[in-house]
Design a protein around this ligand. Structure first.
Ligand SMILES: *[C@@H]1O[C@H](CO)[C@@H](O)[C@H](O)[C@H]1NC(C)=O
Ligand SMILES: *[C@@H]1O[C@H](CO)[C@@H](O)[C@H](O)[C@H]1NC(C)=O
Ligand SMILES: *[C@@H]1O[C@H](CO)[C@@H](O)[C@H](O)[C@H]1NC(C)=O
Ligand SMILES: *[C@@H]1O[C@H](CO)[C@@H](O)[C@H](O)[C@H]1NC(C)=O
Ligand SMILES: *[C@@H]1O[C@H](CO)[C@@H](O)[C@H](O)[C@H]1NC(C)=O
Ligand SMILES: *[C@@H]1O[C@H](CO)[C@@H](O)[C@H](O)[C@H]1NC(C)=O
Ligand SMILES: *[C@@H]1O[C@H](CO)[C@@H](O)[C@H](O)[C@H]1NC(C)=O
Length: 453
């Protein structure tokens, strides 16, 4: 990357105002250029993080970011190291990932319970799993290990499978006092599916792949996934999941995509190839702009300007999981990489915001900085840009193909779901990775699925 100064003379700089106008330039044919761009983007993202400051809490992002997004951010930093080899952020990553494990070592710190749904917990678990798959440096031996942490998250979630209603599935929330306890949302179930498939691959243990099969089937049966592989937001278990909220988010498609691709890798069954390809065919018309070069976009909230803080990060995960899929299902490589190249080029172009003129906006398809900036915006561009290095890195390892992380089948099993006591939870207090409270409370919307009401 070169930082292009569009104003290189003092006179021009004056004309353009005090802050210099710079753009993130990236040449996708050059690994060096991509690494440099990723470095600038990662730096811009970590600037928001205060958890390693004296007196602050490792692993927490300041408001307005919820706890889950910090887990997602450390996942992005693990990816960053995997793609670039740059160890700059390894120390703060390990520190944060270990600090937030909670007393039962399963990513359920009691003081985050108000925003702790299954999806929130899983974003930390998936970061730990990525660390195991990428051979991210192991924690000290007397600390919990990456694979063990991912297993702990899985071990706490599997018993939450709830066939009291809807024939199964996970509820969004773990604790009854949180809004959304009656909602079975796609991201919680998708994260479980994703982790089950990956744990099956890493360990070779079919208990995990059986769970992945069960979760996939349930998602389809209950209609959270349509026959054309569209993934909807969630469904209400007080009416036995007979109606579905049809809003589509890119991270739901992404989380199932990588899980399905991993299942294909393990089984090489035609059924998983068809499913993986089906998800790719499904994301094409929904999350790639029909009029602007097929650039990735969040259809439900970017055009109408209503993305909330959580939603601004979702393209990071679709990018992350699309790229990862090319490693385990090589036949999708060319299609996926073409999409990621186009989106990375468009995304880098809009990183001209903030005081330093290098912060990224939200809407890649607009061709210019659009005034939004934050962790999610920055993380999304980081993931889509660095994913263009995927051909240069090793695929995810397993226990028998070079893995170095230790697991523990009993991890997390000593925990129960009873939290310590808290302050009273007020309505609207709770919004975790699943967001959406307003819509749940208003009832299930019909009609315009592509818009946030
Ligand atoms: C926190 O980590 C960042 C990134 O590594 C670093 O730039 C910063 O100096 C660190 N802050 C402290 C107080 O250690
Ligand atoms: C929450 O718990 C962690 C330990 O899990 C602790 O370090 C931190 O100070 C507590 N408070 C906040 C605001 O995170
Ligand atoms: C309910 O789910 C559990 C898995 O947690 C399973 O063992 C049991 O057979 C299920 N019951 C029914 C009726 O499906
Ligand atoms: C609830 O939904 C499940 C799954 O669709 C179905 O098997 C079950 O019979 C339903 N229960 C009732 C009481 O309708
Ligand atoms: C496979 O995983 C399950 C679930 O964690 C565990 O109970 C079982 O002991 C494992 N099987 C083997 C052979 O390690
Ligand atoms: C499964 O994934 C691994 C890791 O990327 C890869 O080396 C292997 O070729 C994949 N298997 C198949 C059948 O493509
Ligand atoms: C990997 O497999 C070997 C042999 O089956 C086993 O001894 C070891 O405990 C496994 N490691 C993990 C992390 O599960």
């Amino acid at each position: 990357m070169r930082l292009l100064r569009s104003a290189s003379s003092a006179a021009c700089a004056l004309l353009l105002g005090a802050s210099s106008v710079q753009a993130l330039e990236v040449d996708l044919t050059s690994a060096e250029s991509i690494k440099q761009a990723a470095s600038t983007l990662a730096y811009g993202m970590v600037k928001y993080y205060t958890g390693n400051n004296t007196g602050d809490v490792p692993g927490n992002l300041p408001a307005p970011y919820y706890w889950w997004e910090a887990g997602a951010m450390f996942g992005a930093l693990i990816d960053y190291w995997y793609y670039t080899g740059d160890t700059t952020y390894n120390e703060i990553t390990t520190q944060a990932m270990l600090h937030q494990v909670g007393p039962n070592v399963d990513y359920m710190p009691p003081n985050q319970s108000r925003t702790l749904g299954n999806d929130d917990q899983a974003f930390w678990g998936m970061a730990a799993l990525s660390a195991a798959e990428a051979k991210f440096p192991n924690p000290p031996e007397d600390e919990p290990q990456w694979l063990e942490l991912a297993m702990a998250v899985f071990n706490t979630q599997a018993p939450r499978w709830d066939n009291q209603t809807c024939g199964g599935g996970l509820k969004w929330q773990i604790f009854t006092f949180n809004n959304g306890y009656n909602y079975k949302n796609t991201i919680s179930n998708g994260c479980f599916f994703n982790m089950a498939a990956r744990l099956a691959r890493y360990t070779g243990n079919t208990t995990y792949s059986d769970w992945a099969e069960r979760m996939w089937d349930w998602t389809a049966t209950i209609g959270l996934m349509s026959p054309q592989y569209y993934f909807y937001d969630g469904t209400d278990d007080t009416i036995n999941c007979t109606e579905v909220n049809h809003i589509q988010w890119s991270y739901n498609a992404g989380v199932y995509l990588y899980g399905a691709a991993v299942m294909w890798n393990i089984t090489q069954e035609e059924k998983w190839r068809v499913r993986t390809q089906g998800i790719l065919d499904g994301i094409e018309p929904i999350f790639f702009h029909p009029e602007v070069e097929n650039v990735m976009f969040e259809v439900a909230c970017e055009p109408n300007g209503k993305c909330n803080v959580d939603q601004k990060s979702f393209k990071a995960y679709l990018s992350r999981w699309m790229a990862a899929s090319t490693k385990v299902a090589p036949w999708c490589h060319d299609w996926v990489m073409n999409k990621l190249r186009i989106s990375a080029t468009a995304a880098a172009r809009i990183c001209t915001g903030g005081p330093d003129g290098k912060q990224c906006g939200l809407k890649w398809y607009t061709g210019e900085f659009d005034g939004n900036l934050g962790v999610g915006e920055q993380m999304s561009v980081l993931e889509v840009v660095q994913s263009n290095l995927i051909d240069l890195v090793e695929g995810p390892v397993t226990n028998t193909t070079g893995g170095i992380s230790k697991g523990d089948y009993t991890a997390g099993s000593q925990s129960d779901s009873t939290p310590l006591t808290f302050d009273t939870i007020t309505t609207g207090d709770k919004v975790g990775a699943g967001f959406l409270t307003a819509i749940v409370l208003l009832g299930i919307v019909g009609g315009a699925w592509w818009m946030v009401a």
